[in-house]
Write a protein that binds this ligand. Structure first.
Ligand code: GLU
Length: 439
């Protein structure tokens, strides 16, 4: 395969949620799998709703996820290119001015529906006499512009959905330029996909119908048509669309709750695919396996419980080198290996750092037994055989032996293996805690 060039094209009108991220992730994984280029394109032609703070948030979220881009483009910087493409379509007879008001269009629509016919725009503007056009312009009416669809079936072989066909006869000619001269996304997207030589358009299946008209725009502008991969949408536990939900599925929110970026990627790369959701310690594993042929066509169900579980499973196998920089207190590899199996989020390591460093208030269940045990602690140096050697000198077995010791030494009911914790706590603190002293 020639090196693909792909783009993730969010509109900076809100925060990224897991649905957008899935599109970003598949673009990034696909580019990396095939030695391609991943472009971040900000679709910010809507000047009212696009905001710099959302742009910054999108970049922060992508960077956090590890989805780095080699090129960044903003549609607001590219208006001259859209003007040129608009003029080319007008010259080719594929873009025509329309003067209907929204009320007139709504009236036509209702009339067609009342007649039991599909509410397809009737192209009345194409038959408008010049004199009438001059009169309307004289009244100050500004036209909006529609793309004249070729009345044929558009076909493509979708990398996820297989062979697709859309009968453009049943579609209204889409408006590409509003009366105020601003452009609609479906047009600017095609102009940019041509300019950046995009080879694969990878996005959510809510864009399938757009693709039919967009394929005709590529052709009308004399450009090769890219390949398309439309990913099924994500739904929540109730089957509802995630994009309609606010808050809980926003990427920034997951980050604040201590979810690992890797967990988000590992889940979204595999949800609704033939491959199992499994913990990974690097995006490389996901890159190597990405394959549109393995993405199912049904909506994929996203659950925060599944994400939280996967997050814990990733921490349980995460190598020290990957955790180190983010640990609030770096107590070394032995510490990390001792506690990682007990973490739900990385921040939980802090609690175990407190146990190891002290001071903590021990919980004393059986003071006489514990004070005796304190006298039996072997001399240092300690290693992970010390615990076994120590406990075998005590005249108890099972829970009666281990539970009071764990409570005194860690002040917690459960936790990492004591054999690994004890050498980290050290003799001085262990002895004090067994004697009931804060240490
Ligand atoms: N700005 C569009 C969106 O966020 C991009 C869709 C596309 O990838 O073409 O839906």
């Amino acid at each position: 395969m020639v090196a693909p060039i792909v783009r993730f094209a969010p509109s900076p009108t809100g925060l990224l949620h897991v649905g957008n991220i899935r599109a970003a992730l598949f673009n990034w994984l696909f580019a990396n799998r095939h030695g391609g280029t991943f472009i971040l394109r900000l679709d910010d032609t809507d000047r009212v709703r696009s905001r710099p703070e959302f742009e910054a948030a999108i970049e922060r979220d992508l960077a956090w996820l590890g989805l780095d881009w080699t090129r960044k483009e903003k549609q607001s910087d590219r208006l001259a290119h859209y003007d040129a493409a608009r003029d080319a379509l007008v010259a080719a007879g594929r873009l025509y001015p329309c003067y209907e008001t929204p009320e007139e269009l709504e009236f036509k629509r209702k009339r067609l529906l009342a007649q039991g016919r599909p509410p397809v725009y009737d192209r009345a503007a194409l038959k408008l006499p010049d004199a009438e056009r001059t009169r309307l312009e004289g009244e100050g009416r500004r036209p909006h512009w529609r793309f004249k669809l070729a009345s044929e079936e558009v076909r493509w072989d979708d990398l996820v959905r297989g062979p697709q066909h859309i009968d453009e006869v049943s579609q209204s000619d889409p408006v590409l330029v509003r009366a105020d001269g601003t452009y609609l996304y479906s047009f600017t997207s095609v102009v940019d996909d041509i300019a950046f030589a995009i080879t694969h358009v990878i996005r959510g299946e809510d864009h399938v119908t757009n693709s039919g008209a967009q394929i005709q725009m590529f052709q009308a502008l004399g450009a090769p048509v890219p390949a398309f991969a439309h990913l099924p949408l994500l739904v929540d536990a109730t089957g509802g669309g995630l994009s309609k939900r606010t808050g809980s599925a926003a990427v920034a929110d997951l980050r604040e709750r201590g979810i690992e970026a890797l967990a988000v990627c590992a889940l979204l790369a595999r949800l609704g695919t033939a491959d199992p959701v499994e913990p990974v310690t690097s995006l490389d594993t996901l890159v190597a396996a990405v394959d549109f042929a393995r993405v199912g066509r049904a909506a994929a169900r996203f659950s925060e419980e599944e994400l939280a579980q996967l997050n814990a499973r990733i921490l349980h196998i995460l190598p020290y080198a990957k955790a180190r920089a983010r640990l609030p207190h770096d107590l070394g590899e032995t510490f990390w290996l001792a506690v990682r199996g007990n973490l739900t989020t990385l921040a939980d390591a802090e609690g175990w750092a407190d146990v190891v460093r002290g001071p903590i208030e021990p919980k004393i269940e059986d003071a006489v037994f514990l004070a005796d045990a304190a006298t039996k602690l072997p001399p240092e140096p300690w290693d992970d055989t010390t615990w076994k050697a120590f406990t075998s000198t005590l005249d108890r077995k099972g829970r009666a032996l281990f539970h009071p010791l764990r409570l005194a030494l860690t002040a917690r009911e459960t936790g990492p293996e004591m054999a690994r914790l004890l050498p980290l706590i050290g003799r001085a603190k262990a002895e004090a805690r067994l004697r009931g002293l804060k240490a």
